[in-house]
Design a protein around this ligand. Structure first.
Ligand code: XMP
Length: 521
């Protein structure tokens, strides 16, 4: 089995630690983020990284009991790169000094080359601007006031005299700013230089990942049977296809049509899996059960909980039919894994009860197979491409588990769902026709719980109003509304009202997230 070269990121809790991983993955370097509390000398030896990055973090090294790296790390002969809090940890642990407060610096700053500056090695490509300064993004309260022995200053900023420091003999680099963010234009270059210097060859490719994941699945599953729930979304589809490639007939997929899918969606999913991939598929039409339970329900949380509970019951019923199943495959992604071990994750407010199959594996006595656990969303898409999934499928907008139920504020009725499906199809058709689909994170129609008066062909109408929603986002956590032209909006409203019986008014939702959420419920 292939073994990737690895880089360890010790996470001290920065808001942007994930971006370090993103930058490295873009360089075809496999890295893992581990919270500092879980990293010991033994875990480092076991992981055997080729280099280590110490992330930023909210604490102050001057505070007693604040986070540290294992002291042994500095004697292992590994190249180390410290960022912000990571720099301060290095200085503190290696014999330098850090002072608290009074030097706060947030946002854009400029780093000028120090007398001893270099422009090769990890500094290649830096300080090449007209005035020789580098734009960087700072976010710190404390600062280093005395370098650890062996370090020299490479660059300084007005508030951070030790903005870039290095002990090249040991391969130790430490910077006060954040090279991983977009607002440090040459930051990615610096990380690339560090990677090169540490001897990484860029062996983390989707081709390699695919081969490795397949070998791992075979080893984990042996001759046992695996069940995989399909939702029609990218994550579960890629999971299923990867598993199929690894274990063929030992996989059975279960696709539950809860009657809350988009126009023709159930047919498309069934066709794609049974015709193109010859995967064993149980397609269960349970729409009557779900809609029956939801009819007349208007509370968003009751809707979500009803769907979640029924889904688990139904899934279990079909899964029980599959003999000898020992595993349940899930499309868990890396951000979910990181969040679940995050040490900043205190008790947070539940905004919405998200729909997933949580709790099911224990209830059914199944072990989990999660072949996408190491991947970010865009990497899942890249793996999907590698596996030959059509682009039309890979590029699809996310669709929530509870489906159209949460796009139907107020009471759910079959009639409203039918109208909504049609309006949504026209809206998406418009977006595709105008070549905007890939620029938008998610677009959909919500049917409003209100009827309004209109006039069509000299007659009075009294029909539903709908809201169009389209947002841009990187991860669904924050979002902004998409700035369609008035021409586009006008044309789309006309088409929806003309083509969809039951709607006589269209509005466009221009709320960002926060304060809104992407879905209406
Ligand atoms: P909100 O509405 O919370 O949505 O801003 C953020 C993203 O999550 C999707 N979403 C869900 N996805 N199960 C899912 O699988 C759910 O219960 C669920 N609720 C919201 C939503 O479509 C958006 O992409």
């Amino acid at each position: 089995m292939t073994q990737h070269q690895r880089l360890l990121i010790i996470d001290f809790g920065s808001q942007v630690t994930q971006l370090i991983a993103r930058r490295l993955r873009e360089l075809n370097v496999f890295c893992e983020i581990r919270p500092y509390q879980t990293v010991t000398e033994a875990t480092i030896r076991e992981m055997a990284p080729k280099a280590v990055i110490l992330s930023g973090g909210p604490d102050s090294v001057t505070r007693e009991g604040s986070p540290r790296a294992p002291q042994a790390l500095f004697g292992m002969g590994l190249p180390i790169f410290g960022i912000c809090y990571g720099q301060q940890v290095m200085m503190e642990q290696l014999g330098g000094k850090v002072e608290a407060g009074h030097h706060a610096e947030y946002g854009r700053a400029y780093v000028a080359p120090a007398a001893a500056h270099k422009s090769d090695g990890i500094f290649a490509g830096l300080f090449g601007t007209a005035d020789g300064r580098e734009q960087v993004w700072m976010s710190h309260g404390d600062r280093v006031t005395e370098l650890a022995p062996g370090f020299e200053v490479i660059g300084t900023s007005p508030n951070a005299p030790f903005a870039i420091t290095a002990d090249e003999a040991r391969g130790f680099y430490a910077v006060q700013f954040h090279p991983e963010v977009h607002h440090t234009p040459n930051g990615a270059q610096m990380l690339a230089n560090f990677i090169k210097m540490a001897g990484f060859t860029g062996d983390w490719t989707m081709g390699a990942y695919r081969a490795e994941a397949i070998a791992k699945i075979r080893e984990q599953v042996g001759t046992d049977h695996v069940i995989c729930g399909l939702s029609g979304g990218v994550d579960s589809s890629v999971t299923a296809i990867l598993l199929h490639e690894a274990i063929g007939d030992q996989l059975t997929c279960v696709f539950v049509d809860h009657g809350l899918l988009r126009l023709n969606e159930a047919e498309e999913v069934k066709k794609m899996f049974s015709e193109n991939y010859n995967i064993k598929l149980i397609a269960a039409d349970e729409s009557d059960l779900f809609i029956g339970a939801l009819e007349g329900v208007s509370d968003p949380e009751v809707k979500r909980k009803t769907i979640g509970k029924l889904f688990i019951d139904v899934f279990q019923k079909y899964a029980n039919e599959i003999k000898d199943a020992k595993f349940l495959a899930q499309g868990t992604l890396y951000p979910d894994v990181i969040e679940s071990v995050s040490f900043s994750g205190g008790p947070s407010v539940t905004i919405k009860s998200h729909h997933n199959v949580g709790g099911l594996p224990e209830k059914m006595g199944l072990k989990l197979v999660e072949p996408l656990r190491a991947l970010f969303k865009d990497e899942v898409r890249a793996l999907g491409r590698e596996l030959g999934l059509p682009q039309s499928f890979i590029g699809r907008h996310p669709f929530p588990g509870p489906g159209l139920a949460i796009r139907c504020p107020g009471e759910i009725t079959r009639e409203k769902l039918e109208i909504l499906r049609k309006a949504d199809a026209v809206y998406i058709d418009q977006i595709r026709k105008h070549g905007l689909y890939d620029e938008i994170w998610q677009a959909f129609v919500a049917i409003l719980p209100v009827k309004t008066v209109g006039v069509m062909g000299d007659g009075r109408t009294y029909d539903y109003a709908c809201a169009l929603r389209a947002v841009t986002s990187v991860d669904g956590m924050t979002a902004d509304y998409y700035p369609f032209t008035h021409e586009f909006l006008g044309e789309t409203a006309t088409r929806i009202i003309n083509e969809v019986k039951g709607i006589n008014r269209c509005t466009y939702d221009i709320t960002s997230k926060p304060p809104g959420t992407i879905e209406w419920e």
